[in-house]
Design a protein around this ligand. Structure first.
Ligand SMILES: C[S@@+](CC[C@H](N)C(=O)[O-])C[C@H]1O[C@@H](n2cnc3c(N)ncnc32)[C@H](O)[C@@H]1O
Length: 237
């Protein structure tokens, strides 16, 4: 299984991603706030590529006052997160929550039904177009009418000139604010080379609409990273 965890780094994965993506904490705050409009009792909530499970737990905490009977599912295939997820699942279950972290490739997930909210934060960008389209179709089918898909993706620019500027602007940020060394930045680029399959925002939006979503709205942008919400409208199949 590919290792996306970077958990071998001293700071751990959660801190690593926080330092790597400018405004990541704002993005998560928005995702958690938006979740409140969609999560309903007696439905499933799915977090695709949930890493340590922190977003799943944060959504649960933000919604249990009005929704104490939802089922929370996180899917993650990297071995490095297994221990964290087993621990988090046990402690949330002890509190009485219906939580299940599945150590699984999302391509093998079979629970595409009765879902009120699906999140995918920087996960689909690691899939080929073919796999991504299949997952997007499953996401659309699995959502209840009125349900939402909230996602974030690393994108590429349409203009080579702008891409070049954004890339180096991003490296400068990682060095100065993120406190990564040039070697760290280049090592990560090399590690991700065969895994990362970024598309332009226009391509991402096209695929999400092609899967069936009529409403697709970006709500957060930073460097080449985009956060967006897609809603499954009533009366469309
Ligand atoms: C950049 S990380 C983001 C993790 C998490 N959403 C967050 O914001 O902390 C992408 C995650 O997606 C997971 N992932 C990638 N492809 C996957 C797949 N096909 N099935 C399940 N998990 C996947 C990776 O293992 C990794 O944990």
């Amino acid at each position: 299984m590919p290792d996306f965890t970077f958990a071998h780094r001293e700071e751990g994965f959660d801190e690593h991603i926080n330092r790597s993506v400018r405004g990541y904490s704002d993005l998560l705050q928005d995702v958690i706030s938006l979740s409140r409009y969609f999560i309903e009792n007696d439905t499933n909530v799915l977090d695709i590529g949930c890493s340590t499970g922190k977003v799943t737990e944060a959504m649960l905490r933000h919604n249990t006052d009005h929704c104490d009977n939802a089922k929370w599912i996180g899917v993650e295939f990297a071995d490095g997160f297994k221990k964290d997820l087993v621990k988090r699942e046990a402690s949330l279950k002890k509190e009485g929550h219906d939580v299940e972290f599945q150590h699984l490739d999302i391509k093998k997930f079979r629970g595409w039904e009765n879902i009120s909210l699906i999140t995918s934060i920087f996960t689909l960008q690691f899939m080929s177009k073919k796999d991504r389209m299949e997952i997007l179709r499953n996401i659309y089918t699995g959502l209840n009418e009125g349900g939402a898909f909230i996602f974030a993706e690393k994108t590429i620019c349409q203009s080579a000139l702008v891409q070049d500027m954004i890339t180096f602007n991003y490296y400068d940020y990682k060095r100065s604010v993120g406190k990564f060394t040039t070697e760290d930045i280049m090592d990560k680029e090399r590690t991700l080379r065969h895994m990362m399959k970024p598309l332009t925002w226009e391509q991402v939006e096209h695929m999400v609409r092609y899967a069936g979503f009529a409403t697709v709205q970006p709500f957060w942008r930073n460097h080449a990273f985009v956060g967006a919400i897609a809603i499954k409208e009533y009366g469309r199949t």
